[in-house]
Design a binder for this molecule. Structure first.
Ligand code: NAD
Length: 359
């Protein structure tokens, strides 16, 4: 049966980068992918058109889709909206929550052609290929009770860090299975020396380990993990961690690779339905100027083909095409340096398309 892909361009550079990714998706359809594309509004664009960053019609289409490709949401135009529930970011959070997208996969892969773009020494990062598996719908960002209230004559802010065993187990399984498909090493990051919730986290990971005998499980405290990521990042294969630690560590890992414009992501639920998006935001500072790097979004399409659409061969072809274009020395402004040829957003998309045809 034909698969349904929902494209949500969003705001800022979102429409420009998703347009390039759609070119690749259409090339995949010509190469045999049986899929229908549909487009809908989200974020500031949804608010402007329908007064809601996640219009009902968009949510209905998202629920019916096998996979969603999102550009980015947000921008200064909506930053002053007093009703926080109308802010563009609420569209994104609403999609994650409504579709129960609990498993966030963020690869930090350094293309050898871009080793010079990293702030770390090339020998520390060249060959870097980490997959961070972050729990996305639980933990301290969602725990109750939460708030700011008056206690003993002063204001007190509080949040609750909570994970049920079942939540830990399902993200643990995603991570173990991911490690089985990669280098067979899984590092679980916690703060089990201080926090009971992560003592339970560690216990559950240890309980799962015998079911995946081919995977070598290790544990690391989050403070050490932050240090090791910048000291010797190549020691990691798959990293699994909770929502807040994953938020912070995945951004640090992202920057090891030099440019946020290169990094895709996937957020999956138990049915392997997924939302795929670049790790960066809507970059209002460069929107509409043809300066945005579309590669993170194009690489998000590759993740979509691999994890939601069961088309790993097409996914490999897209990744090879991106590598080839970088080999040719083509660069958008964010990754350009002397000796390379700077191209616009659409020129980069067209170059990947041409390389895909030959890959
Ligand atoms: P940002 O990621 O949009 O931009 C940070 C910097 O990186 C900017 O200088 C931008 O020009 C550059 N950049 C980002 N993507 C790029 C690309 N593809 N090519 C070249 N350069 C790129 O982060 P920000 O400036 O903190 O946020 C801007 C807006 O995006 C805000 O409204 C924020 O809320 C929103 N945001 C959205 C998401 C999302 O939709 N998932 C994520 C983060 C931020």
């Amino acid at each position: 049966m034909s698969k349904k892909i929902l494209v949500l361009p969003g705001d800022g550079i979102g429409p420009e980068i998703t347009a390039e990714a759609v070119k690749i998706l259409n090339a995949c359809r010509e190469a045999g992918l049986d899929a229908e594309l549909e487009e809908a509004l989200v974020g500031g664009a949804g608010f402007d058109a329908e007064g809601d960053p996640l219009p009902e019609s968009t949510l209905a289409k998202a629920k019916a889709a096998d996979a969603i490709l999102l550009g980015a949401v947000g921008g200064p135009k909506w930053d002053t909206l007093e009703d926080l529930s109308k802010r563009p970011e609420k569209g994104l959070l609403g999609l994650r929550k409504n579709l129960n997208l609990f498993g966030n996969l963020r690869p930090a892969l350094l293309y050898p052609q871009l080793a010079e773009a990293s702030t770390l020494k090339p020998d520390v990062v060249s060959g870097l290929d980490i997959m961070i598996v972050r729990e996305l719908t639980g933990g301290i960002y969602f725990g109750q009770p939460r708030g700011i209230e008056e206690r003993n004559g002063e204001r007190v802010g509080f949040n609750t860090y909570v994970y049920a065993e079942s939540e830990i187990e399902r993200i643990g399984r995603v991570a173990f299975e991911m490690a089985q498909k990669r280098g067979k090493k899984l590092c679980s990051v916690d703060k089990a020396n201080v926090l009971e919730v992560t003592m339970l986290w560690r216990e559950v990971m240890n309980r799962l380990a015998p079911e995946y005998p081919d995977v070598e499980l290790s544990h690391m405290y989050v403070d050490n993990a932050a240090m090791q990521l910048v000291r010797a990042p190549k020691q990691f294969d798959v990293v699994v961690t909770g929502n807040m630690f994953g938020d912070i560590l995945s951004d640090a890992a992202a920057m090891l690779t030099g440019s946020i414009g290169m990094l895709p992501s996937a957020s999956l639920n138990e049915r392997q339905q997924g939302m795929y998006e670049p790790c960066h935001g809507s970059a209002p500072d460069i929107a509409g100027q043809g300066l945005a790097n579309p590669l993170a979004t194009i690489l998000s399409v590759a993740m979509m083909l691999r994890y939601s659409l069961g088309e790993p061969t097409l996914a490999d072809r897209i990744e090879r095409a991106v590598g080839k274009v970088l080999d040719q020395g083509l660069r958008t402004a964010d990754i350009a340096y002397p000796g390379t040829r700077q191209v616009s957003t659409s020129e980069m998309g067209d170059a990947v398309l041409a390389a895909f045809a030959e890959a």
